[in-house]
Design a protein around this ligand. Structure first.
Ligand code: GTP
Ligand code: MG
Length: 180
């Protein structure tokens, strides 16, 4: 028998509208970036295969709508998730302040077996803007928030410049695999 084992992992991306959820996924999966903003409606997924040790992992990454009028996913959507990616924009204070809500919303909807150990990851996106001069949330603040939620891993990213995108999703895959 082959030692290569296939695993399908469900990952859900949450965060305010415009923080760059779709852009991060497009950069990761298609190596493409568009300046144009097109709001996500409902939810859709992309897949990406990667090899982690003896496992052939298929990441099924679900993109969601940050805009409130498009949010109506329901419990069934969240069920069976192996990891949740939270995204905020380091240049938009409100997108950081709403992280508590997204975190809670996920736990309420997905109701994982052990909410305390369920794997989340936080991405602080758009660090490229203005060379970092327009950022309003410091890395320290973000890391404090992560620590307060049980040591959530944190990455600063730029979907535009493809900065830390692969590293962040590799971390997601490993977290999801460990939780599978
Ligand atoms: P919703 O679908 O409404 O929830 O938004 P979203 O989180 O999917 O945001 P989206 O990826 O559509 O990006 C919003 C806007 O920000 C677009 O105009 C992107 O081009 C831009 N953007 C996304 N990521 C980055 C980044 O890392 N740097 C810069 N400069 N712009 C970005
Ligand atoms: Mg989107």
């Amino acid at each position: 028998m082959s030692s290569r084992r296939r695993t399908l992992l469900k990952v859900i991306v949450l965060g305010d509208s415009g923080v760059g959820k779709t852009s991060l996924m497009n950069q990761y999966v298609h190596k493409k970036f568009s300046q144009q903003y097109k709001a996500t409606i409902g939810a859709d997924f992309v897949t990406k295969e990667l090899q982690i040790e003896d496992r052939l992992v298929t990441l099924q990454i679900w993109d969601t709508a940050g805009q409130e009028r498009f949010q109506s996913l329901g419990v069934a959507f969240y069920r069976g998730a192996d990891c949740c990616i939270l995204v905020y924009d380091v240049n938009v204070r409100k997108s950081f302040d709403t992280l508590d809500n997204w975190h809670e919303e996920f736990l309420n909807q997905a109701s994982p077996t052990d909410p305390k150990t369920f794997p989340f990851i936080l991405l602080g996106n758009k660090v490229d803007i203005d060379g970092g001069n327009s950022r309003v949330v410091s890395e320290k603040k973000a890391r404090e928030w992560c620590a307060s939620k049980g040591n959530i891993p944190y990455f600063e990213t730029s979907a535009k410049e493809d900065y830390n995108v692969d590293a962040a999703f590799l971390c997601v895959a490993k977290l999801a695999l460990a939780n599978d």
